[in-house]
Design a protein around this ligand. Structure first.
Ligand code: FE2
Ligand code: ZN
Length: 364
């Protein structure tokens, strides 16, 4: 028998819509695409009637590779979102406003916790949850990251994803105070203020990601999401490194830019400030540059760090690429990278603080 040709077994690419894309269409929201979102607070939203008197937009950035997605949702003063549950994971960062969330499973008691601007938390998969705006005058806006694309496309059955009786007791067994913030550990299911919890950067050193970065990791609801906040000083930048897809970088404070590309010869640039979000594509080299007088802080949410690189090995930041690792040293950079940075600092009236650690620095 003759082998089937691609033409006879595949739907033409132009006609194909994944189950996830079809689900999004049923929600009647726009999907924002591209490389980055300049400001999540400015995004235009449309009524999301399926979830109540709220508004939203889906975001599918190129760097996710379809691995995960984000959406933005706004709740008017004193309004609430309709309760929903879903077997995919969901992580929420509050962009503005004050409110509360009630979480429950059919077999357990309801629990409610309050949040404010810069609060960050995860919903246990398949737990019912409902968000309330507790302000009489200010809207609430949040950005959520979910694994909806992978889950909906894997099962191709919305009833299984959104109307499933299974309780994930390994993640949430209605434990009391489940959402109370825990200090001194990555294992907290709630953070009241990401900015307040992240260490304040001190001097510029070569350790870790370089440039004096200080970070705080989060591993919530015994799920598969990996996230961390990270700060580094004004007048400093990180080393170039790479990782898997779908790590959403959301800027909380400071201004600057990120250089990123598959090779040194093809570095693109994303400029950012508070409210910006971008996703470095899988395996692209990237480094973050803080050019404001204020130090920079971001929250990075994703699964991509745990996804093996092509070939099956894990990303290794203890070695340079010449040794098979995934983080360059400052001495590997071409001089133009740091010269561009210093020129930009001069324009902003800020000074470079990397004299002791960067071979191309002119501020010795
Ligand atoms: Fe990164
Ligand atoms: Zn310098």
């Amino acid at each position: 028998m003759e082998a089937a040709t691609a033409d006879s077994v595949q739907t033409p690419a132009s006609a194909y819509k994944s189950p996830y894309e079809q689900w999004k269409e049923s929600q009647r929201l726009d999907t924002i695409r591209g490389f980055h979102v300049p400001n999540l607070l400015d995004l235009e939203l449309k009524p999301w009637l399926a979830r109540g008197t709220v508004a939203g937009a889906f975001i599918n950035l190129d760097g996710t590779g379809g691995f995960n997605d984000t959406y933005v949702l706004e709740i008017p003063p004193q309004a609430q979102v309709e309760p929903w549950r879903h077997i995919f994971e969901e992580t929420i960062f509050i962009l503005k406003g004050h409110g509360s969330t009630t979480v429950w499973t059919e077999e357990g008691k309801k629990q409610t916790f309050e949040w404010n601007e810069r609060s960050y938390f995860s919903l246990p998969p398949n737990a019912w949850h409902q968000h309330f705006n507790l302000s009489g005058s200010e809207p609430v806006r949040y950005v959520a990251m979910t694994s909806a694309p992978r889950i909906i496309d894997s099962f191709k059955d919305l009833d299984f994803v959104f109307n499933n009786p299974y309780v994930f007791r390994s993640k949430f067994n209605s434990e009391e105070n489940y959402f109370a913030e825990k200090a001194g550990t990555n294992l907290t299911n709630f953070v009241a203020d990401v900015l307040a919890r992240n260490p304040v950067p001190g001097g510029v050193t070569t350790g870790g990601r370089g440039g004096g970065t200080v970070a705080q990791g989060y591993n919530m609801v015994n799920g598969s999401v990996r996230s961390h906040s990270q700060a580094w000083p004004s007048g400093a930048h990180s080393t170039f490194h790479r990782h898997g897809p779908g790590i959403h970088v959301i800027l909380l404070q400071g201004r600057g830019y990120t250089r990123l590309g598959p090779t040194w010869e093809e570095l693109e640039r994303v400029d950012w400030g508070p409210g910006s979000m971008f996703v470095p594509p899988e395996g692209w080299w990237h480094a973050h540059f803080c050019t404001s007088r204020e130090h920079a802080v971001f929250l990075a949410i994703g699964w991509g760090t745990d996804k093996p690189k092509p070939g099956g090995k894990q990303y290794d930041y203890s070695k340079s690429p010449q040794e098979g690792g995934d983080q360059y040293r400052f001495s590997d950079e071409t001089p133009d990278v740091h010269m561009e940075f210093e020129a930009e600092l001069r324009v902003n009236g800020a000074v470079c603080r990397m004299g002791a650690v960067h071979p191309h620095c002119t501020f010795k």
